[in-house]
Design a protein. Structure first.
Length: 273
């Protein structure tokens, strides 16, 4: 196997087994961070394009994808950010650019707040933002016995295809492969326990005054028909982040790496060059 081939393996970071895919070459490094209830599969259509220009590191976050779903991990954005910074150390990368989708954007912003010297550029794809912590009643309810079964029932009321219709503008992209991949975690027992811990532990998204201290050059990329994280969030972020630019795609939903991979790739390349 050459350095230009995609390697798939597990690494142990802070005693957590993390699934990762990476390509090592002499190109600038780029870290890919997926969003909520997703995995490195999110980036499957842009990795082949990126690998000609970057060393790529993509990691399944704890609780998601093929990574461990520990009940000892505190599922907060700060802890996710610390873990991703530790991944950068483990891969022996002095600094990196980050491409982050949805909830991954909030993790990337926390990383830029914690260790700006480690981050060259941010490319945030339909990034979450301005969400408040879960309500106290919901957090308290999450400690009830069998609450994970209730969450599983709530999630499974909809077919996987219907969940996917919410993240795509163009429903013709939805095929059996996507249904199988995005449906896999819904049948895993550990997924719902991790989901509940995320519900308990996730703090408020970064406040405007925190965002205003982040000096890392940031490109915000949005689908204009995003129904998960509306474009209004991107318009607020571009105002609060000191060095940010917003690009939007027409007739595009939340999962822009599937609907517009070529455009996403070109925008990443322009922003990092």
């Amino acid at each position: 196997m050459s350095d230009t081939d995609l390697k798939q393996t597990y690494i142990k970071v802070d005693n957590i087994n993390l699934y990762c895919e990476f390509i090592l070459n002499d190109k600038p490094p780029i870290l890919l961070i997926h969003g909520f209830a997703s995995s490195v599969f999110t980036f499957r259509r842009i990795i082949p394009l990126l690998q000609k220009h970057f060393s790529i590191y993509a990691v399944d976050l704890p609780g998601f994808g093929k990574s461990e779903k520990p009940t000892s991990f505190v599922y907060s954005f700060q802890n996710y950010a610390k873990l991703m910074i530790e991944c950068i150390h483990q891969f022996e990368i002095p600094n990196t650019s980050i491409v982050a989708h949805s909830m991954g954007g909030q993790i990337a912003l926390n990383m830029a707040l914690m260790a700006p010297e480690k981050i060259n550029k941010l490319i945030l794809l339909c990034s979450s933002g301005y969400l408040k912590r879960s309500k106290k009643l919901l957090i308290c309810s999450s400690y009830l016995p069998f609450f994970d079964k209730l969450v599983q029932y709530y999630v499974s009321r909809k077919e996987v295809r219907d969940h996917l219709k919410n993240v795509f503008f163009n429903h013709t992209f939805i095929n059996d492969e996507l249904i199988q991949e995005f449906g896999r975690p819904l049948s895993e027992k550990g997924f719902y326990k991790a989901l509940i811990r995320l519900l308990r532990h996730r703090e408020d998204d970064l406040l405007p005054e925190q965002l205003q201290t982040i000096q890392v050059p940031t490109l915000l990329v949005w689908g204009e028909e995003d129904r998960v994280v509306p474009l209004e969030v991107g318009k607020r972020l571009v105002q609060d982040l000191p060095d940010a630019k917003l690009i939007t795609y027409k007739k595009t939903g939340h999962l822009i790496t599937e609907e517009k991979p070529d455009l996403v790739f070109k925008n990443i390349l322009l922003h990092t060059s």
